[in-house]
Design a protein around this ligand. Sequence first.
Ligand code: SF4
Length: 406
Amino acid sequence: MDTRAFKRSLHHSERYNRRGFGRAEEVAGSLEQAYQSELIQNIRENGYELREGRVTIRLAEAFGFCWGVERAVAIAYETRRHYPTERIWITNEIIHNPSVNAHLVEMNVLFIPVEEGVKDFSAVESGDVVILPAFGATVQEMQLLNERGCHIVDTTCPWVSKVWNSVERHKKNSFTSVIHGKVKHEETLATSSFAGTYLVVLDLEEAQLVCDYILGNGNREDFLKRFAGATSPGFDPDRDLVRIGVANQTTMLKRETEDIGRLFERTLLRRYGPAELNDHFLAFNTICDATQERQDAMFSLVDEPLDLMVVIGGYNSSNTTHLQEIAVSRGIPSVHIDAPERIGPGNVVEHKPLGQDLERLEPFLPEGDLRIGITSGASTPDRVVEGVIDRLLQLAEAGQIAAEIA
Ligand code: SF4
């Protein structure tokens, strides 16, 4: 399929909208009530710090809803207003946050059902409205919805669209797109659907394997086995690793993406020499500012002495998981939770250790003075962060009273 031509024609369709409906003021009140927090605003204004009893809360200086997520959620709210009686679907969680998605369900926005990992669009009918989430949708999904006569409301973040433009450029110039991302993440699925020849690498270690292969130090069978499911159909490492452009899932760790880009550049320089480098490597610049800012703020926060780090965000949120990785890499005791309700009742937290299933931690808060760092992923509303802080303070106070009685 000529994905570029398809996108162009879709953008001109009367049934396609990617700018909202000019109802920002109408939905502002509902958004504020559902997602914003006076407490968080006060903490921001107080140098990102709150002291209460034995607890000092330190907030990261950049956290929570990014611009792209705010925009996507606002457009979804506008869509409900604009189509008050139509059936509205969303192809996936609009963002990876349970409370935001619960609000959409309350507004009678339906999620496309998923059967054994495959989306089932059979109930979607002509005239239905379908929202595409902030991290986009595959070109095949867009095509299906368009052919079915749906109204498509596209909230794909412009930063994600920028990556799609990069892989289109790779395809046009017969470069293979090496995508730094998670193979099954919706954004990477969408990006690879716009790419021609592609290979997804999860991290620097996988990128190194690919570069070793380029330099003649790999085994073809091992390579194909390792990257099975992470390449375009018919991928041939001997043919398809000659001209490379790097792209990224926008929420991956920025430094790792940059390291991967530099690694490929160095490798192709070694393989083909400086005079031919431009024929073999395409530089990129598609790292989202919001992800970068949140990661940098987290690096500053973990430089402070902290007794505990609480990372808040959906368990399937890539950028939240990366924030957790930073805390873990510094050896700071940390918990990743997706909602205030994970804390208590009692001195208990149900949290998700990095790369593991949910587990209960009891006792959660230690005795004595506590300095707790808090951050949240780009899809977490301030209201949720406020709920977590409330519970932490209640728990600390209850612990203090219990200690005094004892
Ligand atoms: S994290 Fe970045 S790419 Fe993702 S929605 Fe937010 S602004 Fe867009």
